[in-house]
Design a protein around this ligand. Structure first.
Ligand code: ADP
Length: 540
């Protein structure tokens, strides 16, 4: 028997209509350095209609890809709404990618239009001539467009296009399974791979982000996505905010600790999402300057493991960090680490430092050698697999069957699941250190080291060892003005990890190399070690 329910499609158009009509008085503020410029959601709705009309006039009449090369700002939100709702596909270009990767993904996606922030013209100009399928470049705001001349593209001003376009657009009916947006993983190995989100997946992900077991977002919230809109859709925060009628505050290009803190003090967001490195800078600045972050009720943090010391530091100033885990392939939010109801003290901390529990609608499991599904006993360690309506089932025009298994995505993350569903990640599959047949978690060693008061950053990688095949090498960045020796750090770790896991190779470096999206680039550290480019001392 079929239900009697309407088969109403789940689309970004519906999110846009709700946000801009039912919650039209909510505001989006974009930081300008010393204040904010503001627009209501109703105005954003009209401008999205004008943008869709303008893009149609540029020949976007089907599922062409419209790329953005932009910071987090109002105009980027307008593109987030207009492009998918008109039936085209939004492709957020990650401006931190290396130039050859940018060219690769724009060509692979076959971008037709690029919308670029004026301040980013100098970054786009050198790669634009090689973006073969791009016909039009639309420039937002001020900026010298001369560097774009000669690339063989038609240049337009965003505001002029909008002014000339009609204030209404006849939004088409859209199949909820069709492509809405695409995002490439940063590709620490090989070429970046494209993930294509559907209207349905974006809608369901947004609903899920709004639920109480995730962010519990409502019209009373003011949401600050520090995480870039070009990286996994800013964790879905912009769409979720529109769906909740929550106000948005956008940092634009002001992503250092000082302007972020000023923005938080002035705009008083209640929710702000960013990766751990940003929050550790913000915490340091806040402690030095006695700043006021009290408006924040919830700080979702992820992208890499969140050090316990960072969470405790924020607890001390009354701000709650909640760890989240996900990947481009998972839209991205998949788990959140709220402590179980009633848990206090160490039990609560044990949950909070884990990667958390899967959001309702998704399923997760741990798989061991020979693809055997392992028990959720908090001990058995294997690769995490995940499935659900906002998990990718393939890559765009890129066969990678090894990443999929019986309808599950192999995440490349290694860890365990507790009986009550908390996931503890011990490593990425490629970063696990295999010492004498046993696994050492590089992440665990890093977290302990970063809890030492003199350590700013620490990265641990496996290096070849004659006796044990692999042993950990600890690369440590010492805080300004502090001094600590390898022997002291080893001593510090003694009570925290089993003796056989203690690193005997140590190196002190000025900075941990980072990938284009700010994660520790362990590949570079391994290479530097192999080439003899690190000064290594031993402490046994
Ligand atoms: P990439 O870094 O490969 O471009 P993503 O940005 O999509 O891809 O990052 C996804 C990966 O980031 C995950 O597979 C996981 O390894 C790591 N990650 C994300 N959140 C967390 C977290 N809370 N703890 C540990 N690792 C995390």
């Amino acid at each position: 028997m079929w239900s009697t329910m309407q088969d109403f499609p789940l689309t970004i158009t519906t999110i846009m209509r709700y946000g801009t009509q039912v919650c039209g008085s909510a505001e989006i503020a974009t930081w300008t350095g010393d204040g904010a410029r503001r627009r209501s959601y109703a105005e954003v709705g009209e401008r999205a209609a004008r943008l869709a009309g303008a893009l149609r006039a540029l020949g976007v009449d089907g599922d062409q890809r419209v790329a953005t090369f932009m910071w987090n700002n109002t105009e980027h939100l307008e593109a987030y709404l207009a492009v998918p709702s008109m039936g085209a596909v939004l492709h957020t270009l990650n401006l931190r990618l290396f130039p050859d990767q940018l060219v690769y993904i724009a060509n692979h996606a076959e971008d037709h239009v690029v919308i670029v922030d004026g301040s980013l013209i100098p970054l786009l100009a050198p790669v634009l001539p090689q973006m073969k399928t791009v016909r039009h470049v639309v420039v937002v705001g001020d900026g010298d467009t001369a560097p774009l001349d000669g690339a063989g593209k038609e240049l337009h001003s965003y505001e002029e296009l909008l002014a000339a376009a009609p204030p209404e657009f006849d939004w088409p009916e859209i199949d909820e399974r069709s492509a809405a947006a695409m995002c490439y993983t940063s590709g620490t190995t090989g070429n970046p791979k494209g993930v294509v989100y559907s209207h349905r997946s974006a809608y369901l992900h947004s609903l899920s982000v709004c639920t109480g077991n995730a962010l519990g977002m409502s019209g009373a919230d003011v949401v600050l996505p520090v995480v870039p809109m070009f990286h996994a859709n800013a964790w879905g925060l912009p769409y979720a905010a529109m769906l909740a009628g929550a106000a948005l505050v956008m940092p634009d290009r002001f992503l250092q600790a000082e302007p972020l803190v000023k923005l938080i003090e002035a705009e008083r967001p209640t929710i702000a999402g960013a990766v751990p490195t940003i929050w550790s800078d913000v915490l340091r600045y806040t402690k030095e300057h006695g700043s006021d972050l009290s408006s924040l009720r919830l700080v979702p943090c992820g992208g890499s493991a969140v050090p316990e010391a960072l969470m405790r530091g924020f607890d001390e100033i009354g701000v709650r960090i909640v760890q989240a885990w996900g990947m481009t392939e998972t839209s991205p939010v998949a788990t959140m680490a709220h402590a179980p109801v009633g848990a206090e003290g160490e039990r609560a901390w044990q949950a909070r430092v884990s990667q958390g529990r899967v959001l309702a609608g998704l399923e997760i499991r741990v798989v061991g050698d020979g693809d055997v599904v392992l028990p959720n006993d908090g001990e058995a360690v294997g690769e995490v697999e995940i499935r659900g309506p906002w998990i990718t089932g393939a890559y765009y025009r890129d066969e990678d069957p090894g990443k999929f298994h019986d309808g599950w995505l192999r995440t490349g993350d290694v860890g365990n699941l507790s009986p009550d569903g908390y996931m503890v990640l011990t490593d990425r599959a490629k970063d696990v250190i295999k010492s004498g047949g046993e696994w050492i978690s590089s992440v665990e060693l890093e977290n302990h080291l970063m809890a030492h008061p003199d350590v700013l950053e620490a990265a641990v990688v496996g290096v070849p060892d004659d006796r044990w095949q692999e042993r950990p090498l600890a690369s440590v960045v010492v805080r300004d003005g502090a001094s600590v020796t390898a022997a002291q750090l080893r001593e510090f770790l003694t009570d925290r990890v089993p003796k056989w896991q203690l690193p005997e190779r140590w190196t002190f470096i000025a900075e941990v190399p980072k990938t284009s999206v700010g994660k520790f680039d362990k590949k570079v550290l391994r290479r530097r070690y192999a080439e003899g480019g690190l000064e290594v001392e031993r402490a046994d």
